[in-house]
Design a protein around this ligand. Structure first.
Ligand SMILES: [Zn+2]
Length: 266
């Protein structure tokens, strides 16, 4: 089923949303974002929590990972999970990991058969894939990562690693939308000053103050990095508005689980 810029697939009782832009390579790469339903975690983490740093029962997290891995078609695969810090450091998934990647908000994936996971609850995923070299990157882009240019950091890494910019495909979202994301003036100005500001990234309606459109901000930054417009995709909806489908840190005042942006190479 279609949902804005994404395709929604329900399997094993869980939902995975994948980006249209990566559809041509769906047999070589599984890339998507999990929904929150169909898992085993109790409230307030109900129910497909994939966050290992929230207060969940280890057995629930294990069962949640198992159903996701089975749905991706890699039931025995190791997980490469980032311990995120709102920075731009890159963890290299070029081996079978046996521990989380510390202080990383970007995972570069070149190893086949590993589930690379960035954990999210309102923050935005940015995903990039080079089908010619068969490797990709997933990023955790909250406002801090976006202001620090995490999308450009990821593109530069791939290009320095040998990718041609015209061969890169990328997608953003879903994350919290401008509808649900009022911020302090200081945050808005920090983001504005961090890049070639465009009007639709920061809204100021004069009533609620400033609101951020993180998806548009990251698309602007991907375009500025040289990615072709026809190679870009987005989600186009808001995780806080769809709290029944996704975990929302803001809507649930921090007491919530984490969904994940996932990448597996075959
Ligand atoms: Zn919203």
């Amino acid at each position: 089923m279609s949902i804005d810029g994404m395709i929604r697939t329900v399997d094993n009782g869980i939902t995975i949303y994948s980006w249209r832009v990566f559809e041509p390579w769906k047999d070589r790469i599984k890339v998507g974002i999990t929904g929150r339903n169909g898992g085993f975690s109790a409230p307030p983490l109900h129910s497909l929590n994939l966050g290992h740093l929230v207060d969940d029962e280890p057995s629930s997290l294990e069962r949640n990972r198992a159903v996701v891995a089975a749905t991706l078609g890699v039931p025995e695969a190791p997980w490469a999970v980032a311990n995120q810090v709102h920075g731009t450091r890159i963890g290299l998934v070029n081996h079978k990991p046996d521990a989380p990647f510390d202080s990383c908000d970007v995972l570069y994936v070149s190893e086949k058969g590993v589930i690379a996971a960035i954990l999210l609850a309102d923050c935005l995923p940015v995903v990039i894939y080079d089908p010619h070299r068969h490797r990709g990157i997933i990023c955790h882009a909250g406002w801090r990562g976006t202001a620090a240019g995490i999308a450009e950091v990821a593109v530069k890494y791939l290009v320095n690693d040998g990718s041609r910019i015209e061969n890169l495909f990328a997608a953003t979202g879903p994350g919290i939308g401008s509808c649900c994301y009022p911020v302090e003036k200081e945050v808005a100005l920090t983001l504005r000053d961090s890049f070639d500001y465009q009007e639709n990234v920061i809204l100021n309606d004069g009533k609620d103050g400033y609101r951020l459109n993180l998806e548009e901000a990251n698309l602007v930054r991907l375009r500025a990095s040289g990615l072709r417009e026809e190679n870009l995709g987005g989600a186009g909806f808001c995780t806080a508005c769809r709290q029944d489908e996704f975990f929302s840190y803001r809507k649930e005042r921090g007491l919530t689980g984490r969904h994940a942006a996932l990448m597996v190479l075959f």
